[in-house]
Design a protein around this ligand. Structure first.
Ligand SMILES: C[S@@+](CC[C@H](N)C(=O)[O-])C[C@H]1O[C@@H](n2cnc3c(N)ncnc32)[C@H](O)[C@@H]1O
Length: 263
């Protein structure tokens, strides 16, 4: 099978994205060059579990590939996942943070491995506010492991470990996350003394983490293997940089009049 040529797109002086496999991308980065990793990997379990039951994929996405999967998956067997975690550790600066998203399946199967590499400090629950699909109990939450390389405090002492942020209804990209979710990660990690802050996401998807970084005034570097992700992120970020408009999430996912927000 022919391998795809790596593509690098400069969105602005502050933001660059690569079309590449996450492990290859991480391996291309310098040691201790990144301030923060925020990421939402494509666990293979996710595709498998969503095809359980009556064999249908939950969701309304028209662009599934012939094998019924939403997107290429990162093969999260233990060996690969360990390489992924160790590469994340290597590229992060001394005394830094990582936020890794998990659904309930991957939380059970893989999250324990994070403790072998990082100093896990908490599991944040993302309360999606609106109920989703699911067998037995319908899903309204996902999880984010928050861990340290070395020691670093968070930016404030009054932040809860449940984040109420509405999921994106009828999203343009499968599993598109709200920008506010990544903004919460960035704002809770970045200290006033952190300058020129570089945020990294090796599983870009629709580019929500890139938009969050731009909104938070950070530099950004990210990657995804899929054509759709790279074209959506490029279009989305350019429109945001030029006109301040987020074409794939025009509305806020948070009722700021009802809720105290920290970002
Ligand atoms: C759960 S989605 C990320 C969604 C994203 N957080 C958003 O808000 O849109 C995971 C992404 O990982 C990408 N992906 C799958 N396998 C990959 C690999 N080996 N290397 C890099 N990206 C990969 C998929 O194309 C997909 O866009």
């Amino acid at each position: 099978m022919a391998t795809k040529k790596k593509k690098i797109i400069t969105l602005s002086n502050e933001a660059v994205i690569h079309q590449e496999d996450a492990l290859k991308f991480l391996k291309s980065l310098d040691t201790e060059s990144v301030d923060l990793i925020v990421t939402d990997p494509a666990y293979s379990g996710m595709n498998q579990h969503l095809q359980l039951g009556k064999g249908r994929i939950v969701g309304e996405y028209k662009d599934k590939s012939d094998d019924g999967k939403w997107f290429n998956e990162f093969h999260d067997n233990e060996e690969n996942y360990e390489i992924f975690l160790k590469e994340c550790y290597r590229v992060l600066k001394k005394d830094s943070h990582i936020f890794i998203m998990f659904d309930s399946y991957s939380l059970i199967t893989l999250s324990n491995m994070v403790r072998n590499v990082f100093n896990v400090k908490n599991i944040i629950t993302w309360d999606k506010v609106n109920i989703g699909m699911g067998h037995y109990f319908r899903r309204q939450s996902e999880f984010i492991i928050f861990a340290c390389k070395g020691k670093k405090p968070v930016s404030r002492r009054d932040m809860p470990d449940i984040w109420k942020i509405k999921r994106i209804h009828k999203s343009s990209y499968p599993t598109q996350k709200p920008v506010e979710l990544f903004e919460a990660m960035i704002a809770s990690s970045r200290l006033k003394t952190d300058i020129d802050y570089l945020v990294c996401d090796p599983f870009l998807g629709s580019g929500s983490s890139a938009i969050a970084s731009l909104r938070q005034g950070c530099r950004f570097i990210g990657s995804d293997i899929s054509d759709k992700s790279i074209s959506m992120t490029t279009e989305r970020a350019k429109k945001f940089i030029d006109e301040g408009i987020d074409i794939y999430q025009p509305n806020s996912a948070v009722d700021s009049d009802k809720q105290k927000i920290f970002w």
